[in-house]
Design a protein around this ligand. Structure first.
Ligand code: CA
Length: 465
């Protein structure tokens, strides 16, 4: 059998609860859902460091941030290190990346291991974006999501049909500042989007990290984000609701273009007659808060931010409608692609191929816990640096340093707080993570066991600072 093509579609900041096949109740994504219906939906796929550049570096290398060198948005990727695109290229694949790169430019940070690359500089623009086409600056007219899709289809049309391909289609959307295309501007105009259960979270029982984070729907969205000033005299919950509706509608409009793009790519595979021998993945670099806990953005180890959507279709190996509950993390992506390509998985990759799981096989000793670490304590959202462990039932988080602004200053009230601070959630009884039971004596044994497992994982993963 021929080696399969791999089409990896990744958006930026697309939370799984804004995808209808994940029981999202706020929008419909029929084309993205097609991948799940005809393949598999992973319900416990988690990001090891929930922020853009670090997740991208982990996906490429199969390694945690402390080993691939990209711990924060300020770190540039060193493309001299081994990674999955290089290995696939050396193994005979045609390789290509189009769209968001966000791992630095120039020096050793331009994409390596790709036969062709055309990427947005930094975050890129939604409208009339500039791209670096193999390093050459070119401006395109139109909307980023549509342009990226067109470029992917052009590249596929011009590929060598005698060799398998690995195409990374990386969208900018639906990243802030949430600018929809003209086509979807009026979508949701006359409806109210349902609010999350935790929109008015008061952070009672939780660590100071939750209280100090500056990413609240009610306080920290700007005029650029919501495109107009709130009505005068509006305040309190009414104002929060106004901000939420402005924010979520533009976010979902950006996703409407992504869903259309996925549909175009799936149709292309059908038309070419290669859908049967192509592994198609839809994912996002991390999750996102959609008003959950009163927030936008990501970073925290809470569920909405930690969970990545992950849908995969491969008719020759995955049964339609498969649902996977095992804990999968973004270090597993690279080993999985190499497995499908029939290539060796380097020993120093920290993830494991999920192919046997997708094929319905029992895998002895599959991980029952995952390790998380958010390093970026310095930025304007002031999220405390933290690490933690998540099992199927529990989540233990240690906030070890308060978040600061880029200029190094702490938010005023951070000076009165002591660190580290811990949180424990029993997800069976508290799926929204509202009740921190770290100090509850009924959970003393659980805390002890989780701390031991956390120490063990930190050693195993060589995160020992
Ligand atoms: Ca992101």
């Amino acid at each position: 059998m021929d080696r399969p093509n791999i089409l990896f579609i990744m958006s930026d900041d697309h939370a799984s609860h804004a995808i209808s096949c994940y029981s999202g109740r706020i929008n419909q994504t029929p084309n993205i859902d097609r991948i799940a219906n005809e393949g598999a939906r992973l319900d416990n796929c988690f990001c090891t460091n929930s922020i853009c550049s670090p997740s991208r570096a982990t996906i490429l290398t199969g390694k945690y941030s402390h080993l691939n060198g990209v711990k924060t948005l300020a770190d540039k990727f060193d493309g001299r290190q081994p990674h999955v695109a290089k290995l696939l290229q050396q193994g005979g694949y045609q390789t290509c990346i189009i769209g968001k790169w966000h791992l630095g430019h120039g020096g050793n940070s331009d994409p390596t291991g790709f036969d062709y690359w055309c990427v947005l500089p930094g975050q890129g623009e939604y409208h009339n974006p500039v791209f670096y086409d193999m390093g050459e600056e070119k401006q395109y007219r139109g909307y980023a999501t549509d342009i990226i899709t067109d470029m992917c289809i052009d590249w596929l049309n011009n590929r060598d049909r005698n060799r398998p391909f690995f195409l990374m289609c990386h969208h900018k959307a639906p990243h802030r500042p949430w600018e929809p295309s003209e086509k979807y501007m009026a979508l949701y105009e006359d409806v109210d989007i349902p609010e999350p259960e935790t929109l008015f979270d008061d952070y009672d029982t939780r660590s100071d990290a939750a209280r100090l984070a500056e990413m609240r729907i009610s306080h920290h969205l700007t005029r650029t984000d919501v495109k107009e000033d709130p009505p005068v005299h509006m305040e309190g919950k009414e104002l929060t609701r106004w901000y939420y509706q402005r924010y979520i509608k533009d976010y979902l409009r950006c996703i409407a273009s992504i869903d259309e793009s996925v549909g175009r790519l799936l149709d292309y595979l059908d038309k070419e007659g290669i859908a049967g021998n192509t592994v198609v993945i839809y994912t996002s670099d991390q999750g996102f808060f959609l008003g959950d806990h009163g927030w936008y953005d990501k970073r925290f180890m809470y569920e909405e931010s930690l969970r990545m959507p992950f849908l995969i279709r491969y008719p020759e190996g995955i049964k339609p409608g498969t649902i996977i509950k095992d804990i999968i993390i973004n270090t597993d992506f690279a080993p999985t692609f190499l497995d499908y390509a029939g290539l060796n998985i380097p020993d120093d990759m920290q993830g494991y191929s999920i192919r046997p799981i997708l094929e319905g096989k029992e895998v002895d000793g599959w991980r029952h816990a995952m390790y998380y670490r958010y390093w970026m304590d310095r930025d304007d959202h002031c999220v405390a640096a933290h690490y933690g462990i998540r099992t199927k039932r529990y989540k233990l988080i240690c906030y070890y340093a308060p978040g600061r602004y880029y200029n190094g200053e702490y938010p005023k009230s951070a000076k009165d707080t002591k660190w580290p601070q811990w949180e424990l959630f029993d997800l069976h009884n508290d799926k929204y993570e509202l009740k921190n039971v770290y100090g509850d004596s009924a959970y003393a044994d659980v805390v002890k066991e989780l701390k031991e497992e956390l120490d063990r994982l930190r050693k195993e993963l060589k995160d020992d600072d």
